[in-house]
Write a protein that binds this ligand. Structure first.
Ligand SMILES: [Zn+2]
Length: 403
């Protein structure tokens, strides 16, 4: 940890301060007296905390209506636009960084494609560059940024802020937290991308009413973020949620992890592209090549979706198969964990009903009980911004809710 991180960092130092801030956030407008009742703190303690918070400018006072005695009560609310958070989404193809207010509302974004074969240092430099250009372009004083959250592809040690293994890039052990904190003097939190997305859904998306939630990110890879009793679940070695490596086909192809028949080998974006390219090469009839002017290397999940929308039978078949395999994986998950809700996000989920209908049908057929069969399965409403908002939420969670 950098020694001279002050100012904004101080906001997050006290548990009682977070408690008071969270009550103000949830109530939107509340008096000191009511905060004391809700927080179970004495009025003088609340008064002191509120004074400190007012001094930082993170909350504001205002008067509204008349109380019974005729005096207008003074209410407090969060000054959402007086401080900022930066969220960084590290995907396999590109990095997206966003500047938000204290309610995760995006004010500006930057992105950069990631070149194959880049070094660890080049990768860290890209992150630094994106963060710096957000600060400079938006003319934000960095003492007003309370934290930087990074939602990172691969296995992450969230306590130490280390990217332990990023399979797509072949990187191991990048101390992202230390490196970025050293450059900007802003506290940095690092988490796996699927877990970041799950946190975003819990706070700002379709998961707001859930206590036990699984958010599945289906893009080039397949990962899941698990929320248990309202908290992210990491497992002993930070691999909880490696849903893509659930084995669904005993006789299946070899996976990038070394095992065989993982969900990743039958339902990921990479598999969809691979299968389409292979079958076109052996002469399968489809309009997909026409959509990319014959350039097979330009085929993406979006191309296959577009072909399916135009009634291409092969495209429909490929998405249907991916959906069914995801349905098998999700059935296993429901039988094993019985979550309140499952949210599907990531690029592949954009194919909508071409994937979601066979997925839900499989769960309906195979889950154990009537209740299990009707587990709510929805598409992420935060869409492409989800992981970035999740990265921001990593910081907001420390500000408002330290449980
Ligand atoms: Zn695998």
């Amino acid at each position: 940890m950098v020694q001279n991180i002050t100012g904004s960092f101080q906001l997050m130092k006290s548990l009682n301060r977070s408690l008071v801030l969270n009550i103000i956030r949830k109530e939107e407008a509340i008096s000191r007296t009511d905060i004391a009742k809700k927080a179970n703190l004495t009025p003088p303690t609340v008064s002191t905390i509120v004074s400190e918070l007012l001094e930082t400018g993170i909350i504001r006072e205002f008067k509204i209506g008349e109380s019974k005695g005729g005096r207008k009560p003074i209410l407090l609310s969060i000054n959402y636009n007086n401080y900022f958070v930066i969220g960084v989404d590290v995907g396999t193809e590109e990095v997206r960084a966003g500047l938000t207010n204290l309610n995760a509302e995006i004010l500006a974004t930057k992105k950069q494609k990631l070149a194959t074969g880049m070094t660890k240092n080049e990768f860290v430099t890209i992150l630094e560059h994106l963060i710096r250009s957000l600060l400079e372009n938006e003319k934000v004083d960095k003492t007003k940024v309370i934290g930087i959250g990074i939602g990172m592809h691969g296995i992450v040690d969230h306590e130490k802020g280390i990217s332990i293994y990023a399979p797509h890039f072949g990187f191991e052990n990048i101390p992202l937290k230390d490196k970025i904190e050293n450059v900007f003097d802003i506290p940095v939190t690092v988490e796996n991308d699927a877990r970041s997305l799950a946190l975003a859904e819990l706070w700002f998306g379709n998961g707001r009413d859930a206590q036990n939630l699984v958010c599945i990110n289906v893009g080039d890879g397949i990962g899941a973020g698990i929320i248990l009793n309202g908290q992210l679940f990491h497992g002993k070695h930070n691999i909880a949620g490696e849903f893509g490596h659930m084995i669904v086909d005993l006789n299946g192809r070899q996976c990038t992890c070394g095992s065989y028949g993982c969900l990743h080998t039958v339902a990921s974006g990479i598999r969809i592209k691979e299968r389409v390219t292979q079958e076109i090469t052996i002469g399968r009839r489809t309009i997909i090549p026409d959509l990319v002017d014959g350039k097979k290397e330009e085929i993406t999940g979006a191309t296959v979706h577009e072909a399916a929308k135009r009634g291409d039978a092969f495209a429909v078949e490929v998405l249907d198969e991916a959906g069914r395999f995801l349905g098998i994986g999700i059935t296993n998950l429901i039988n094993f964990m019985n979550p309140d809700k499952i949210i599907v996000g990531g690029g592949v989920s954009k194919a909508g009903d071409f994937i979601m209908a066979p997925l839900k049908e499989t769960v309906k057929k195979r889950a154990m009980t009537t209740d299990a069969k009707s587990t709510e399965i929805t598409v992420s409403e935060l869409a492409a911004q989800g992981t970035m908002i999740g990265a921001v939420t990593l910081v907001l969670k420390q500000l408002y809710d330290r449980s």
